[in-house]
Structures are given as C-alpha cells and as structure tokens.
Design a protein around this ligand. Structure first.
Ligand code: BV8
Ligand code: ZN
Length: 256
C-alpha cells in the first residue's frame, strides 16, 4: 500500500514521535470499544452516562460493578500485535511518547515504557472522599456482570475507580506533557480513536498545527481524517505491524 510506505518513510525519519491511542487498539484483544453497545447487566445503559460522578452518586453499586466487570475482562485478555507494534516503535524511535485514552493496561503489558493515561486507569482505585489510593480487588466478576458495593476506605468514604469521568478534569501534568509532546513531535500516530472526546481530541490537532505529520490508523472515517496527512484505513493489529516492518525492515528480518 502506497500510504503505508509513505507513512513508514515519515516514521523512520522522525526524531520525536507521539503515539495517541483510543479504544480501537484494544478491540482486537476482545475489549469492547466505547461505541460498542454494552452487554449483560449494562446493556440498557449508555457508557457515557455510567462514566459520570452523578451515576456513581445515584447508584454506586451499579457503577462499581461495571468497573470491576471491565477490569475482570481486561485481566482475562492479552495485548495484540497493535500494542506490540507500538512498543516496537518506542524501541526504534527512542523519543516516542505513548498517550492513551484507554483505562486498560495492555500497552504496559506489551512492553510500552510509560504510557500517559489521560483518562486514568482501572488499576488505580482511590477513596472518593479523601483520595487515598486503594488496593484493586481480585477482579473475578461474573460474565454477565453484577451490582457490587464499592469497598470502604478507613475514612468511611467509598472507593471509586481511578478513571476520569465525564465532567471531571484530566490529570494536569499528564495533559501538559501530552500537549508539549504533540507540539514538539515530527510524527503523531493516532490509532483507534473516534476523536470526539475533549480535551484529548485536541492533541492530534496540536501536532498538525505545529508542523507534525499526523498519520491515522482507523478502519472507519473520523473527524481526524481532515487533520491527518496520511489515513491508513485498516485495523490496528494488521496495519501497525506492517507500518513497523516497512519503517524498519531490519525489524521484520529479526522476526521479533
Ligand atoms: C472535562 C474514562 C471539564 C472513563 C473517558 C468540547 C467540546 C464538546 C464537549 C466537551 C468539550 N470539552 C469538554 C467536553 C465534555 C466532555 C466531552 O468531550 N464530551 C464529548 C462526548 C462530546 N469531556 C469531558 O467531560 C472531559 N472533562 O471536560 O472536564 C472540567 C475542566 C476543568 C475542571 C473541571 C471540569 C473528560 C473526558 C474523559 C471521560 N472519560 N474514559 C471510562 O473509561 O469509563 S472518555 C472514554 O471515551 C475513553 O477514554 C475515550 O476517550 C472515549 C472513547 O473514545 P475512543 O477511545 O475513541 O473509542 P470509541 O469507541 O469512541 O471509538 C473507537 C474507534 O476505534 C472508532 O473510530 C473505530 O472506528 C475504531 N476502531 C474499532 N476497531 C478498531 C478501530 N481502530 C483500529 N483498529 C481496530 N481494530
Ligand atoms: Zn478515604
């Protein structure tokens, strides 16, 4: 594919790279995206409505049950060749920063050094009252999901998931580091995101505004099509390994 070769040339020639990911990179690991309809106990709910402080206040057992169900699911799946290709890009292009909207740990499990989690993580629960960190539970929820009372902190407060809910501010340092990296990058690779949640969706635009080459990997069109210099219409687990092998042929030869 001409586009993959063009993208590979840009990537191989880049000194500073940002890899920006969304739910689509974990789809081929069996993790539903935010767009996918919810299943089991959650099917009659809208993910965006459940992922709010209001929902947790109104029905903590429903929301905590949902997040523990999602964490159990994540613990039962594995990184895919898309996550592995991102770790390979970090190995070949040392000044690479991975910025993800995902709350799973699949980038880390694929070997990525220190991905920035703009929207938090399922593995860093804390007290909703005093913010003291809490230990994640066992995480073996039934497939169909269940209501689950959140554990209590020593201060009596309810433990909440360590994610950023709609209407909540993103972690300041993480956002600043991501925006700075986008400003300085030669190439920004945006993978598996619909580009509709803000302020995260600004990041590819910042890279383009400051002269970076934006490359999008997504099987479907998104608002980022207009921002991207190169659009690779395919799935992450297929396109990203192709891109890495085209950018660094020795990588393919090593067969790693
Ligand atoms: C805030 C954690 C204020 C929780 C998440 C400006 C304009 C409009 C609205 C706003 C605005 N600014 C703020 C808002 C409001 C809101 C927002 O953006 N609303 C949108 C929906 C209109 N933003 C907020 O509320 C943010 N906070 O603004 O606070 C503030 C400021 C200061 C002080 C106090 C308050 C917080 C937003 C973060 C919310 N938390 N996640 C959880 O996970 O439960 S967002 C969550 O949804 C994800 O993290 C992710 O960001 C988003 C889902 O998007 P994607 O990851 O892109 O996934 P999606 O399913 O949408 O798409 C998947 C894509 O993959 C598709 O394109 C598909 O084609 C593709 N794909 C599928 N398979 C594959 C694939 N690609 C490759 N390979 C495949 N195999
Ligand atoms: Zn507490």
């Amino acid at each position: 594919m001409v586009d993959v070769r063009e993208a590979a040339k840009a990537l191989a020639g880049a000194r500073r790279v940002v890899v920006f990911t969304g739910a689509g990179i974990s789809a081929e690991s069996g993790v539903p995206t935010f767009r996918d309809a919810l299943t089991g106990l959650w099917e009659r709910y809208d993910a965006q409505a459940l992922a709010t402080p209001q929902a947790f206040e109104d029905d903590p057992d429903l929301v905590w049950g949902w997040y523990e169900w999602r964490r159990s699911l994540i613990q039962g799946v594995h990184p895919n060749p898309g996550h592995e290709a991102v770790a390979a890009i970090e190995a070949h292009a040392p000044h690479t920063l991975v910025v993800t909207q995902n709350v799973d740990d699949l980038h880390e499990r694929a070997g990525s050094r220190a991905p920035i989690h703009l929207h938090g993580s399922l593995f860093t629960p804390r007290c909703a009252a005093c913010s003291r960190p809490a230990e994640p539970g066992r995480g073996d929820e039934p497939e169909e999901g269940r209501r689950l009372a959140p554990p209590r902190c020593g201060c009596g407060g309810a433990i909440r998931p360590g994610v950023v809910w709609f209407g909540e501010a993103l972690p300041e340092e993480a956002l600043e580091e991501a925006v700075q990296a986008a400003t300085d990058c030669d190439v920004l690779l945006t993978v598996g995101t619909s580009g509709v949640v803000y302020p995260a969706a600004e990041i590819p635009k910042v890279a383009s505004m400051f002269g970076g080459t934006v490359i999008q990997v997504n099987p479907r069109p998104t608002p980022l099509d207009a921002v991207a210099a190169i659009n690779l219409h395919g799935s992450a687990a297929v396109v990203l390994p192709e891109l890495v092998s085209a950018a660094w042929p020795e990588h393919a030869a090593a067969g790693s």
